[in-house]
Every structure is written in structure tokens, then in C-alpha cells.
Ligand binder design. Structure first.
Ligand code: PBG
Ligand code: ZN
Length: 333
């Protein structure tokens, strides 16, 4: 133990190294780079339009053509990866448009890979909630989401996304055993080198509200507390993470980010795998609303929040602020 700093004063003065911008930069412990960011893209079944999402200013439901334009902007800003979500024209009880060869997300993935090839990492969110008429992430029977019957549908979806050219498969459903099931199915289909980024510690959060507007995936009845995690639990998150590691996950995700920095930090300590954090829709909308009112400086706030997520231990950050943040990073603080 060091003696109390009071005894070191005036010899020790922490402010010496905070004196100038160059000194601060020289000793900075955390560095946020555009390449750390992943930009989410919503792709719909329209021809040439884009539709604004009212609760997420600056975010759109994109046609396939617009998704290409948005991904081009991301690349130009130095971002290397997008996370794609599909908004299908038709939904049914099973969510079968999730694995159609001509499904909206499959067409989007194919077009993004055709345009950008290896320059752009296309990550596919694998879930059923955007495709089911009831809005749940798996098979619904008498008000319950059935675990094991959902696995086959999720695996079909993952394989169809890999067939379309997805570079990474990201299951977000929170069914037990899905990482192993999807891993086996990808391997059987010849995609043994397609990585899985698992939404391992995904909490049942109020902060997904704006996303569900954007993706039109609000459950018609009930909520997701029967499969997503309880915000009160931290040890359980580590259990989820170790299960996913054993099932073959290549990248571990914690979601949301800001109320769960303790989880990101603990996951960082328990595994040497890459850790991703999802700075979710509600976290975006809160900043946007406050900035629109002139209550917060948007640039300074966003860079501070993203840096905090990185400092907690995230290697990768999925954020709706990614485009703006990457531009701001290039300008310098
Ligand atoms: C689908 C999915 C959700 C998000 C990512 N994938 C919504 C949910 O689970 O309800 C949330 C993302 C966000 O809020 O930005 N399972
Ligand atoms: Zn879902």
C-alpha cells in the first residue's frame, strides 16, 4: 500500500500530466478507433425508398439499394463492419421469411458483398422476432416460447445467411444451446470457417424500445423476460458466457452496454476471446433527444460514452452513433 497521497504533496502532483493536450494524449490508456465500431443497418423490402425511424433520428429502414449507400458511407468513415437486420414484407407464425433464399436480409447481404467484397464485414443478426407474426424470438405455443423447436429454425436462418455471404453469424435469440446447434449446422453446410458472434449476456431491457419501432418486432403479447436475462444478475452473465464459449462462440457480446459496464469488465477478465458490446437503440435515442433539446453536446457525449464502453473492456462496439463517431474521431477531439 502506498501512503496516503496527502503525505506526497507537494512532490506528487497528478495535474502535471494533464497540463496540455499533447501530454494527455501521450498518457491516454484507452483509444477509440473507427475500426472498433460496427454500424447496424435495417433493410426492408421496398424498392428505392428509405423510411425514417421517428424514435431514432438519423436512422432509417433502408431498401437494399439504400443499405449499399449507407454501408459505403460507413466504409468511407473508416468503419469495417455492419450488422444487418431484415424487415420482411410478410410475417408468419414460424418466421419463415427469416430463412428464405430471396428473403430481405439474404438479398441485402448478397448485394453488400457484391458491391464491397472483402472490404466490408457483413454480420447477420440471427433471430426470428422480426419475421414472426407474434414478434417473439422463437416458436410460440400457448404463450410460451419453446426452446428446442426454435433451434432448428434459427439454424436454418443462420445457414441461409451464410449462404448469402454473411461473414459472421450473430444469434440474438437467447435460446439455450443455440450456439452449439448453429455451429453444427454451419459446419454441416460447409461453413466451418464462418465465425459466431454470440449475444451471450443479453438482458431483458427497456432500452430496446426504439429498435422494436425500427424493426417492427415488438412482441404482440407478453415480453421477453422468459428468455432474455434479468438485469439484476451478474454472475449468471458469466455462466451464459462460459456456456457459449464451450458451445463454440468466437466473439462474446454483452448487451445493452452502458448499464452493464460491470458485466463487460468481468467478461473481459474471464475470457481471452474478443468482447463486443451493443450500445443499443434506447442509449442512442436518449442522447439524440437530449442533444436535440440543446441539453447535451452530442459529439462530446457520444465520444465519452463510447470511450467508456471501450475502457470497460469491449474490443468492438455496435452503435447507431458509429457513422458520426467515426467522422468525429477523424476530425480529432
Ligand atoms: C433481436 C434483437 C433485438 C436487438 C438486437 N437484436 C431486439 C430485442 O431483443 O427485442 C436490440 C437492439 C437495440 O435495441 O438496438 N432479437
Ligand atoms: Zn429476437
Amino acid at each position: 500500500m502506498e501512503p496516503p497521497t496527502r503525505m506526497n504533496f507537494p512532490i506528487t502532483r497528478k495535474r502535471r500530466l494533464r497540463k496540455t493536450e499533447h501530454l494527455r494524449e501521450a498518457i491516454a490508456e484507452t483509444h477509440l478507433r473507427p475500426a472498433d465500431l460496427i454500424y447496424p443497418l435495417f433493410i426492408n423490402d421496398e424498392q428505392h425508398s428509405r423510411i425514417a425511424v421517428p424514435s431514432m433520428p438519423g436512422i432509417y429502414q433502408n431498401s437494399v439499394n439504400n443499405a449499399v449507400i449507407e454501408a459505403g458511407k460507413a466504409l468511407e468513415a473508416g468503419i469495417r463492419a455492419v450488422l444487418v437486420f431484415g424487415i420482411p414484407a410478410e410475417k408468419d407464425q414460424e418466421g419463415s421469411s427469416a430463412w428464405f433464399e430471396q428473403g430481405v436480409v439474404q438479398r441485402g447481404i448478397r448485394e453488400l458483398k457484391r458491391q464491397f467484397g472483402k472490404d466490408l464485414l457483413v454480420i447477420a443478426d440471427t433471430c426470428l422476432c422480426e419475421y414472426t407474426s407474434h414478434g417473439h424470438c422463437g416458436v410460440l405455443l400457448e404463450g410460451r416460447v419453446l426452446n428446442d423447436p426454435s433451434l432448428e429454425l434459427l439454424a436454418r436462418t443462420a445457414v441461409s445467411q451464410a449462404e448469402a455471404g454473411a461473414d459472421i453469424i450473430a444469434p440474438s435469440d437467447m435460446m439455450d444451446g443455440r450456439v452449439a446447434y448453429i455451429r453444427d449446422s454451419l459446419d454441416d453446410a460447409g461453413y466451418d470457417d464462418t465465425p459466431i458472434m454470440a449475444y451471450s449476456a443479453k438482458y431483458a431491457s427497456a432500452l430496446y424500445g426504439p429498435f422494436r419501432d425500427a424493426a417492427e418486432s415488438t412482441p404482440a403479447s407478453g415480453d421477453r423476460k422468459g428468455y432474455q436475462m434479468d438485469p439484476r444478475n451478474a454472475r449468471e452473465a458469466l455462466e451464459e458466457v462460459s456456456l457459449d464459449i464451450h458451445e463454440g462462440a468466437d466473439i462474446i457480446m454483452v448487451k445493452p452496454a452502458l448499464p452493464y459496464l460491470d458485466i463487460i469488465s468481468q467478461v473481459r477478465k474471464m475470457t481471452n476471446l474478443p468482447v463486443a458490446a451493443y450500445n443499443v437503440s434506447g442509449e442512442y435515442s436518449m442522447v439524440k433527444a437530449a442533444a436535440a433539446n440543446g441539453w447535451l453536446d452530442e459529439k462530446a457525449t457520444v465520444l465519452e460514452l463510447l470511450t467508456g464502453i471501450k475502457r470497460a473492456g469491449a474490443d468492438l462496439i455496435i452503435s447507431y452513433h458509429a457513422l458520426d463517431a467515426a467522422d468525429w474521431l477523424k476530425q480529432g477531439r
